[in-house]
Design a protein around this ligand. Structure first.
Ligand code: SF4
Length: 237
């Protein structure tokens, strides 16, 4: 069984949701928010992978990577596109003042946990002047986490474990780069709880392999399938 962070997270949210998405092939329709977020991620990845660091090349990356799916009409899409341009303009200004060096973009790791393979892609890995590694995750929503929340962020901790076991890279810092808000929030990475996380990833992978897909209704109010799922306790929300 090969497990990624997305599969692990969804299985832990609700095993039945995992079944709907990955066994039955159900799809969650794109919304302006999800489409916008994906376009920004794609543009940043393309720009960071390319050699040129100009503002023009960043706007060109946005043009090339923009997805039109998910918007109700052209006016709405144009408003979100303008917002993406403003965000990237500010991002470029901040990028110029950074002293760290980017050493990985969409950096993939694979490692073995028991009988399973754990795979992931880290948005960005930077190395500071002191040689220390920083794992960066881009968020495109409006919220900004606290440093304590970043330290506990499940995705970044999954990636930190993957960086250590799959890339032999020891991260010192975890960072959420809230590109829409223009804020970066960091926390030192202490490595605590890695064995527990490893065991939980392994347990989730074994559950998926055994087709153990019992519904977990505590997640229903936040689930994309809550209106049509047979087990939903939040159909009216
Ligand atoms: S609606 Fe509830 S039970 Fe159904 S998939 Fe979502 S979280 Fe699981």
């Amino acid at each position: 069984m090969e497990i990624s962070y997305t599969r692990y997270r969804i299985y832990r949210e609700c095993p039945w949701k995992y079944k709907l998405l990955f066994a039955d092939g159900r799809r969650i329709p794109m919304t302006p928010k999800s489409s916008f977020g994906l376009s920004l991620h794609r543009a940043l990845e393309a720009w960071l992978r390319g050699g040129e660091r100009t503002l023009e090349s960043l706007h060109e990356a946005l043009r090339a990577q923009w997805l039109s799916a998910g918007y109700p009409d052209e006016d709405a899409e144009a408003r979100w596109y303008s917002k993406a341009q403003r965000i990237l303009h500010r991002f470029h200004g901040e990028e110029e003042s950074r002293r760290s060096r980017t050493v990985g973009v969409e950096k993939e790791f694979i490692w073995t946990s028991g009988a399973h393979q754990v795979r992931g892609m880290i948005d960005r890995v930077d190395q500071g002047p002191d040689g220390a590694y920083e794992l960066i995750d881009y968020k495109t929503g409006p919220g900004v986490p606290t440093s304590e929340e970043v330290a506990k962020d499940g995705q970044l901790r999954f990636y930190a474990l993957g960086a250590k076991r799959g890339l032999n890279l020891r991260p010192s810092t975890l960072t959420v780069d809230c590109v829409a808000a223009g804020e970066r929030v960091s926390a030192p990475y202490d490595g605590a709880g890695e064995d527990l996380l490893d065991a939980d990833i392994r347990a989730a992978a074994s559950g998926i392999e055994a087709a153990a897909f019992s519904p977990k209704t505590s997640f229903c109010p936040r689930c994309d399938f809550r209106k049509e799922c047979a087990h939903s306790v939040a159909k009216s929300l």
